[in-house]
Design a protein around this ligand. Structure first.
Ligand SMILES: [Mn+2]
Length: 325
């Protein structure tokens, strides 16, 4: 089965909404729920292409993703293969296997490979695999970027958790109110190519070799400072039991993943989206297997991350700076 078997015309000739998701086999089950929800809320008069950037997806997982495609929604896979960029990123993250650092994976950086890998597109939506759509993602795609590098939402975990707030203000020199979450973005690919975003990021990785709290996101906020536009909380909403009519996207960021825990906020929309994907059984088994010891280590990891942020904030050293040309 090819991507064309869906009847989706070539993007070159049609206005398609490109949406990028970056995953490995571990993230595949909940990414499928995200993509399923995106397709369910698509505008039937438009075309959508979800492009999955990955580091080697199993054949079975690919088949399960492919079973989600519809008449107006296609899925494409793109394996991130060896390149100088990838090698630099892998070398950077492989040195970051410290305590509480669950962002130490190259896959978090794949979103910033999009501008170079997809010269066909001038802009694109990026969503994390731990999100669920409640509205048409095409409306995010339609927003005006103006001169901004990305549109994203100020991170509620940063304004809400004092250690994170102090960390971004002291170690990154970014005001907490300006610091965005990079889990949902409209990316200005044209501008990112022009400003050589990836090369700037890699240069900073080499120069500062800094042990950060949320590396991919920290780089974005430092490099993009002053050129980031904002989207409303309806596009990156925290999970709750009830949603406003206008809530478009829910983000299960950091804690209380419904595929791990029972009785957590927002679990209903997650399981509704997961149903009808080939991963439903896997997800249920994953939740079942998430026993007390796994819950304990999950909470410790989150605690360690907050502690690390607090420690770096107190130290007061500026960890990364934009390299001016
Ligand atoms: Mn996320």
């Amino acid at each position: 089965m090819s991507i064309f078997s869906t009847g989706l015309p070539l993007d070159k000739y049609t206005k398609v909404v490109p949406v990028f998701v970056t995953i490995n086999n571990e993230y595949a089950p909940y990414a499928a729920a995200a993509i399923h929800s995106l397709f369910q809320h698509s505008d039937k008069k438009r075309y959508y292409r979800v492009i999955i950037l990955h580091d080697g997806l199993s054949f079975v997982n690919r088949l399960r993703f492919r079973s989600l495609v519809t008449k107006n929604c296609a899925i494409q896979f793109k394996k991130i293969t060896n390149s100088l960029w990838l090698r630099a990123v892998v070398s950077y993250v492989s040195k970051r296997k410290g305590m509480g650092d669950f962002f130490s994976k190259a896959v978090y950086f794949y979103r910033f490979f999009v501008p170079l890998l997809f010269p066909l597109y001038e802009k694109a939506v990026y969503i994390d695999s731990d999100t669920i759509l409640r509205g048409d993602v095409g409306k995010l795609f339609d927003m005006e970027l103006d001169e901004n590098l990305v549109l994203a939402m100020p991170d509620p975990k940063v304004s809400g958790i004092p250690e994170f707030k102090e960390y971004v203000e002291n170690a990154l020199k970014v005001p907490a109110s300006e610091y965005v979450n990079d889990g949902v973005m409209l990316m200005n690919l044209k501008k990112m190519r022009k400003e050589k975003y990836l090369s700037q990021m890699v240069e900073m990785m080499k120069k500062f070799d800094a042990d950060l709290v949320a590396p991919d996101q920290d780089y974005l906020n430092v490099i993009g400072r002053g050129a980031i536009g904002y989207i409303g909380p309806e596009w990156n909403a925290e999970p709750t039991a009830e949603y406003d009519e206008g809530t478009m996207l829910v983000h299960f960021n950091l804690f209380n993943k419904p595929w791990h825990y029972k009785n957590v906020p927002g679990e209903k929309i997650f399981w509704n989206a997961a149903r009808g994907t080939g991963f439903y059984g896997d997800l249920k088994r994953q939740q079942q297997a998430f026993d007390e010891s796994k819950q304990k280590s999950d909470k410790e990891k989150v605690g360690a991350l907050i502690e690390k942020a607090g420690m770096l904030a107190k130290r007061g050293k500026v960890l990364i700076k934009k390299i001016e040309k």
